[in-house]
Ligand binder design. Sequence first.
Ligand code: HEC
Length: 130
Amino acid sequence: MRARLRFLIALTVIVAAGTDAEEVQLDAYTGLKISANWELVRNNCIACHSPKLITQQRGNEAQWLHMIRWMQAKQNLWQFDAETEGKIIAYLASNYPPQADRRRAAIPADLMPPNPYTRPSQEPVDIPGR
Ligand code: HEC
């Protein structure tokens, strides 16, 4: 009985170790998942900000492309040739895809408190104590 139990425990440990080995490896420096074309993202995406900004983000292809277009328009991100851009987007969307449980839905406008940062053209805000 004891021997059988020890055998089962050993088997569990071996199976668990085997599962771990199949998990995606992370690059020690950037934390990026090491899979096809990850070097393109390392080479093009960590000059201006922490790679954590990338690894904490999630999106489908359209959403990643939108972020890249925004950085190109506003943050001096350089242009990519179509092939490079396609590979970067594919890497991002498959390794950091949308996850349903990561974000709560946006709060409906009628449940939000009034916005205190209205522009002068809009209604003035009563600041308590003034
Ligand atoms: C030329 C500079 C530059 C490069 C290169 C760059 N980014 Fe950015 N990125 C920025 C700036 C600036 C921000 C805004 C940072 C902040 O809000 O603190 C930003 C923000 C982000 C965000 C957060 C967006 C959000 O909505 O919160 C993500 C994700 C991101 N970058 C991914 C990437 C990826 C992927 C690449 C490579 C394709 C990349 N960045 C390359 C400048 C750059």
